[in-house]
Design a protein around this ligand. Structure first.
Ligand code: CO
Length: 133
């Protein structure tokens, strides 16, 4: 699979953007995604991107992550042509899913998360881009 992006949980999107600009400058403006209580900014680099994730409220998945573990690597995302088929294949090979059904991600994508215990403690996200299928 192709790397899509690496998700990084941050407390302050503006400050994180400044820091990451040294290696991967941010593109466009931050986007609020779905009902997840998170603002994201993509910082592309050759072959992938860093996705900066700032919680817009404490009681959100990224807010709770920051409270427990502080800033840092949150997830790794892979690009798939057909996310529903990819999820079925994960189930077939015994991977526990967090999302049984894909949901809207940033930039019109469909995304689904897989349980970290299936990947040595790393939260994995699958991403289908519009027009890929
Ligand atoms: Co992501």
């Amino acid at each position: 699979m192709e790397l899509d992006h690496i998700g990084v949980a941050v407390r302050d999107l503006g400050r994180a953007e400044e820091a990451w600009a040294r290696v991967a400058p941010g593109e466009g403006s931050p986007e609020t995604v779905g009902n997840d209580g998170v603002r994201v900014l993509f910082c592309p680099f050759e072959g992938g991107a860093v996705e900066l994730l700032e919680p817009s409220r404490e009681e959100s998945p990224v807010g709770r992550f920051l409270e427990r573990r502080g800033e840092g690597l949150h997830h790794v995302a892979f690009r798939v042509p057909d996310i529903r088929a990819a999820l079925q294949e994960m189930v077939r090979t015994g991977v526990e899913l967090i999302d049984r059904e894909p949901r809207p991600g940033a930039h019109g994508t469909l995304v689904a998360f897989l349980h970290p215990k299936a990947f040595a403690g790393v939260l994995v996200e699958l991403v289908e881009h519009p027009g890929d299928q």
